[in-house]
Design a protein around this ligand. Sequence first.
Ligand code: GLU
Length: 497
Amino acid sequence: MTPSTKPVRVRFAPSPTGRLHLGGARTALYDYLLARQTGGTFILRIEDIDLKRYVPGAEEELKQGLRWLGLEWDEGPDVGGSFGPYRQSERKEIYLDYARQLIDQGKAYYCFCTPQRLASMREQQQRSKLPIKYDGTCRQLDPGKAAKRVAAGEPHVIRFKIPEEGSITIHDYLRGDIVVENRTIDDYILIRTDGFALYHLAAMVDDHLMKISHVIRGSEWLSTFPLHAHIIRAFGWEEPIWIHLSIFLKPSGKGKMSKRESAELMKDGYSIYINDLQGLGYVPEAVLNCIALMGWSYDDHTEFFTKEDLIQKFSIDRLNPAPAAINFTKFDHFNGLHIRNLSIEDLCNRVKPFFLNAGYKVDDQVLMQVTPIIQQRIATLEEAPTMAGFFFEEHVYPNPQELIGAKMTAVDSANALRAVYDLLSSLPRIDTETAEIPMRNLADQLHLKAGQLFGIIRVAVTGKTVSPPLIESMAIIGKEKVLERILNGIDMLGNMA
Ligand code: GLU
């Protein structure tokens, strides 16, 4: 049986210590796809026990990001479920209870070493070029005496007792069996001095209690994976299927992304953060498509996927553990494709806030007409106001120099524009049907190339040298305003002559 045919229980378990980025979103997506595909359950668990690194507002941003991507969870904060609470900070006692069970079975122990002692131990190990690892001092303590010290209130942590000898064989679904010598594994802390569990214990306990069948997580957890398997086996629990995803490399393909590089990226209109991508005009469909392909492929050529396609076609058997470089050119490409895949009405609703943000007053009727002609031309929603803001302006303010046609003088350009005015004012309305041929004929009569003449009109009417197709644009702007703008252009050119 392939592991993904039964309804799975999977969890996305972010720590609210930072922002939701592409890597986290990809993990959530794979969880979600597997859950939807198998009729299983997608759980959101907030791992907020590292109070020092807690960032206020991070949980909200995480949830907002997941919702924007359309990765709705079936159990978790806000929606509940029968395995809660789903915030680790609300599960402190549960972890303590399990840690004490390990103590009782001699599989964990109290450790009273002070931070000072641990620091000098590490220093010594460093000097002697030994691996940095707890030296086992408190492992030797008599459990009865240790329990008394704890009862008397002496500060302590609880450490896991890794077997001294032998090795452990663990299985990653993508990498196969991994054998690790036990002597290389540290006696990691399970419970800190403040009574809070660390990830290593908390996540294993939660995965067990929440009946998680597949643990999909970042490959940064591979190094402590042997410890996690030891903990689960110490309790005698069934292990989930472990899937450690590939790492994300920065766009150059050299190394992991850093904070500084993320800031640099933003200057170019890119970001690794989901919330930023939303503001930069990426559509969630494209973000999902791109991240799906960063570590998974369907075959060697299909690249366009909607969420529904992905639910059908995703398979953990086609995940690839090789590092994947973030490719923003691809993001733009896919964003364009998914924008073109939207209905006009849907796209209208999505571009509208971008026009409003840019300060335009949006007339919905006009927007419905503008949207089809920009749909083919924008790579991000943010480009819409730059490309098509002039549709929502009373007046445009061309750069006078740009009104002068290629290889022409201001006088020639003014004359040409006057002829255009006469032609267009004689038409019942301006659209492709009525204006295209007469305008081309006019260019011939004036001994101009169509491009030269259209260039002058474009600048006069749109205020820009690049715009959506000219005649279609004029049709939307309407005859009256077009003529007004042409007159204004003639005036401006006249003032230059
Ligand atoms: N809280 C961990 C993190 O944010 C989760 C890792 C996991 O999925 O187990 O990295």
